[in-house]
Design a protein around this ligand. Structure first.
Ligand code: NAD
Length: 280
């Protein structure tokens, strides 16, 4: 991405806000779109805090002035963007609809980047006029702190679309690791199953949530245990992602367990609601 290219992010939830903070804090102007004005207000409050946090941890440069973020509910605002990152809810129908809408308003050369946790890139590409412009970028949460991105090349993704995404990630000082397409790609094909199995272990009474996480940290050297990771992702998103994987693989290891669906039914989504496997 050159200094002249422009970026839009669609979806101002956990991920869209983090990605916009990463862009702004790296000096890249961004248009942030959401259908929910309240989500945009929350993003506007959070982004300066995220940038300060990134700077405090040495993940964003203190010498780069934050670039402007434009907040809007009008999807047509992406019409000027060279790269559009989609970060709306992990629901197949909602994404299908948004891709059809995006396809009608973006420039023909725009690169459409999905931050899906696991819906195959090629499945989303079928909803746009130019499927070769669609590519995946699975940013981790928080995007301004975790600076490695799983990049997904769909079977129809054009090389120049992939190259432009990698150039953008370079401008954001992120490392890109390119993988091929498939449900859950690499990270979530493994991680979501691990979270589901951890939750099953807790519901079977084999170990407490805290002890499952202590084992992963102490024995395996993980920085965060699977259940604290689930709380950070958002348990609503974990259940959606498991369903995406279960529907596409038929593998019962991905069928969200009762403890997970029960927590979501109670509104315990993890960090974002103050309670999940742990209390915040
Ligand atoms: N949470 C994570 O740790 C994580 C990590 C990597 C990828 N992801 C993926 O990123 C995407 C977003 O996840 P999230 O956790 O930020 O979700 P979220 O629920 O926090 O935010 C989703 C946002 O999308 C908005 N939205 C819904 N439909 C829209 C539309 N048609 N147009 C514009 N905005 C719309 C909602 O209003 C909401 O603000 C999902 O695909 C998710 O699987 C999440």
């Amino acid at each position: 991405m050159t200094g002249n290219e422009s970026l839009a992010v669609v979806g101002a939830g956990v991920m869209g806000t983090g990605i916009a903070a990463l862009a702004s804090g790296s000096g890249v102007p961004v248009v942030l779109v959401d259908i929910d004005a309240a989500a945009l207000e929350r993003a506007e409050q959070a982004i300066p805090r995220h940038i300060r946090m990134g700077q405090l941890h040495g993940k964003l440069s203190r010498t780069i002035a934050a670039a402007p973020v434009r907040y809007t509910t009008a999807l047509s605002a992406v019409g000027d963007a060279d790269v559009v990152i989609e970060a709306i809810v992990e629901a197949t129908e909602a994404k299908a609809k948004v891709y059809a809408e995006l396809s009608a308003v973006v420039r023909p050369t725009a690169v459409l980047v999905t931050n899906t946790s696991g819906i195959p890139v090629d499945e989303l590409a079928q909803h746009v006029q130019r499927p070769e412009r669609v590519v995946g970028a699975h940013f981790m949460n928080p995007a301004y702190m975790i600076r490695t991105v799983e990049v997904i090349r769909g079977p129809r993704t054009a090389q120049d679309a992939l190259d432009r995404l990698i150039a953008l990630l370079g401008a954001l000082d992120d490392e890109a690791i390119v993988v091929n397409d498939g449900p859950g790609f690499v990270v979530n094909r493994i991680l979501q199953r691990m979270i589901n199995e951890s939750a099953r272990i807790v519901s079977e009474g084999l170990a407490s949530a805290a002890d499952v996480d202590r084992l992963f940290k102490g024995c395996l050297g993980h920085a965060t245990g699977p259940l604290a990771t689930a709380d950070l992702i958002g348990l609503d998103n974990v259940v959606d992602s498991l369903r995406v994987l279960h529907e596409r693989t038929g593998d019962s290891g991905y069928e969200p367990c009762d403890l997970l669906t029960g927590l979501v039914a109670q509104g315990a989504f993890g960090r974002k609601t103050g309670r999940g496997f742990f209390t915040y």
